[in-house]
Design a protein around this ligand. Sequence first.
Ligand SMILES: [Zn+2]
Length: 230
Amino acid sequence: MIWALLLSCRSDPGWLIEPEAPGDEACPPAPPIPVAPPRQLPIQIRVGRGLDPDRAAWHTRWGAAWWRRRGVVWQIAPGWRRTPDTPPLAGSPGADIDALLAPLAHAVQRPAEPWIELVFVSELATPTSPASHWFSPLTGLAVSPALPHGDDPVAQALGALADGATPTVFLALGAADRLPDERARFVLAHEVGHALGLVHHREAGNLMGPGFPRCAPELTPAQLSALQLP
Ligand SMILES: [Zn+2]
């Protein structure tokens, strides 16, 4: 039984299969996959207990495919781990942002390792949580030393959490599943953008822009050069 469980955690649910775009006729064609990608991105995957690894793989495929076409190849470490399903950022009314983010401290790995931890959980916050005042909707969250600490309380609290930690991307499968597939498929790419140090961008249609784009979002030349990509 234990052996069977171990084996099931080692099987690859197809993290990097190239996804088929659902009805993308109205979208510009995807850029070709570069022959010699300039950057490798090591990633380790953890899936919350009780969650379906195939659903996690669906998001991973889309995130990896988006970045692969921009020159960043995700190197998924062999095997993946189960992890406690991180408690939602419930908080009590009036809780400050540091108290709200405290449950995530246990899910962030210290000391810092040279890869990104990709952590799939069921939810990060419920719609009635005070967290929804700070983040709305809370589909994904990145904790990364590469992100500037910034002036606003959220960026500062995330910065404190990220200090000396392995960059970690959380994706709430429940919240993501409430989006239509064609809008959910770029959420993980956006969060990995944060993990690599990108902040939000004003324009819709940008990977770091507002909303959930239906067509594959883009990066500006400034964002690409910050990532040292052509
Ligand atoms: Zn964001």
